[in-house]
Design a protein around this ligand. Structure first.
Ligand code: BTN
Length: 321
């Protein structure tokens, strides 16, 4: 990490408090001149820093920029060592996370980007990922059987729901893993992984999350009535890295409680699927039925016209009422 990043990290962690030049120099093991140069560099970049004689330096408005030390401080109470890497632009955060996973990167690695040039959606679709969104992928190595895959996806949707709720944004969850705000899609989730076929366990899992934070002036015509963003709906400009850290914290909590299904009350209470007529398209065929609840592993329970019930665990459900 550069000295500039380290100084910014200490100032962000200090919040409203002043940090003296000599204190910063001692903490970061460099000269006071080096600290002064780093502060000047930050100011030249537009970071709003007060310098007061005999008190030191303070951030007036903490910038919404990535800082590894600050990100780690936001997840300090987690047992997972969340370590983030940030890119202004990337092909796909999921693809990059898979490359890292194959090379042995640890669980807790998080890839964050402002923009994706080859964003991937479910069912092989392209995921429109312009600047103005939060695109992140979390690498996990859960000691869980493959059969818990659907529950992990539901844990992720519940974690994003809870993280947004910390900022006063209450979303609805569409089975399996889309989040909606005021009737339009706000967030999509794509989980991919590598599995041990002999043990039927997960080797690694990458969970990609795309959230629209700000309006996209170039939003394709066909998406205009379907998607939305947080700023358009609430007027809020969310701090991306704080949202990202909150998602990591909630995801850890729900995965810790996966055997007790602690995500299910949130996942069920905020469902926009239960009670709706859905057309289910799965490998086994298609049907139209009423969504009536969730199984323990987040499989969708549907009721057919003759009153029989079935649990759907693959495919998609499209509203038809
Ligand atoms: C969907 O709605 O179909 C799922 C979209 C998942 C998008 C996220 S953005 C971050 C991560 N990287 C990708 O290429 N895709 C996921």
């Amino acid at each position: 990490m550069s000295l500039r990043d380290e100084v910014l990290g200490v100032l962000m962690l200090a919040g409203d408090r002043y940090c003296s030049g000599s204190g910063l120099a001692a903490q970061l093991n460099v000269s006071r001149t080096a600290i002064w140069k780093a502060i000047e560099q930050l100011k030249a970049e537009g970071v709003d820093i007060s310098s007061v004689t005999r008190r030191g330096y303070k951030l007036n408005a903490p910038p919404d920029v990535f800082n590894a030390a600050y990100f780690e401080s936001l997840t300090i109470n987690c047992h997972t060592r969340w370590k983030a890497q940030y890119f202004e632009e990337i092909g796909s955060t999921n693809d990059y996370a898979k490359e890292l996973a194959a090379k042995g990167a640890p669980a807790g690695t998080v890839i964050i980007a402002d923009k994706q040039t080859a964003g991937k959606g479910r069912l092989g679709k392209h995921f429109h990922s312009p600047e103005g969104g939060l695109y992140m992928t979390i690498l996990l190595r859960p000691d869980l059987p493959f059969s818990d895959m659907m529950a992990i996806t539901a844990c992720t949707a519940s974690a994003v729901h809870e993280a947004l709720a910390e900022f006063g944004i209450v979303t609805k969850i569409k089975w399996v893993n889309d989040l909606f705000l005021n009737g339009r899609k706000l967030c999509g989730i794509l989980s991919e992984g590598s599995f041990n076929a002999e043990m039927l366990t997960m080797d690694y899992l990458v969970i990609g999350i795309g959230i629209n934070l700000h309006p996209d002036p170039n939003l394709p015509e066909e998406l205009r009535s379907i998607v939305t963003d947080i700023e358009a709906e609430t007027g809020q400009k969310l701090r991306r890295f704080e949202l990202c850290a909150a998602i990591c914290r909630h995801l850890e909590r729900f995965i810790d409680g996966i055997l007790e299904r602690t995500y299910l009350p949130i996942y069920t209470e905020h469902s926009m699927t239960i009670g709706r007529m859905v057309q289910v398209k799965a490998a086994a065929g298609e049907c139209i039925a009423k969504a009536v609840g969730y199984a323990d592993d987040a499989g969708l329970i549907v009721e057919h016209a003759d009153g029989t019930r079935e649990v759907i665990r693959t495919g998609t459900a499209v509203f038809v009422d």
